[in-house]
Design a protein around this ligand. Structure first.
Ligand SMILES: [Zn+2]
Length: 171
């Protein structure tokens, strides 16, 4: 039987829910030793980054719990390989925030160039967000009513006023 769009959609949603559970069970992706290992690996393989770290004032270094880490804008620098996992972990743990809140929350502890853009893209692709988030959709005006054309006396409108007191002199 050929699969319909609805089937595909449900499968994707199911997959997203599995990812959700997986993300919640995942350990915190930014433990200092892992971050350091991946930072060092990235510097060795990415000369551009190595130069940037040397030259740019955005980068520096700091010791966290005896682990020397590279920082970016005063926060732990997240190497490329850990970014997706970081976005996923925070996004699911925070119960699907939008891009800005996701980036800002990660930004209290960690950072990387383009984090806001990456977070926005990540949320756009999240199937659970797409399915359940309120859309900021505006609706247009109501369609005009269909006007019936009834026969005479189909509808009668009566306005009632009173009661009036009338005395004999006025008559
Ligand atoms: Zn989401």
């Amino acid at each position: 039987m050929p699969s319909t769009n609805l089937d595909n959609e449900q499968q994707e949603l199911h997959l997203a829910e599995l990812l959700d559970v997986e993300a919640r069970n995942d350990t915190f992706p930014l433990d200092y030793k892992t971050v350091r290992k991946e930072q060092q690996r990235e510097i060795r393989t990415n000369q551009k980054l190595a130069q940037l770290i040397e030259k740019s004032e955005d980068f520096g270094s700091l010791t966290y719990d005896d682990v020397d880490l590279i920082i970016y804008k005063n926060r732990m620098y997240v190497p490329q390989i850990l970014r997706q996992r970081t976005l996923t972990w925070y996004h699911y743990m925070l119960c699907h925030p939008g891009g800005s809140r996701l980036a800002n929350t990660i930004g209290t502890a960690a950072n990387w160039p383009g984090i806001h853009n990456h977070a926005a893209q990540f949320c756009k692709k999240c199937k659970i967000c797409q399915k359940f988030k309120k859309r900021n959709q505006k609706y247009s005006e109501l369609p005009p009513k269909t006007i019936e054309t009834p026969q005479p006396w189909h509808t009668v409108a009566v306005d009632l006023i009173g009661p009036y007191k009338i005395n004999a002199k006025q008559l």
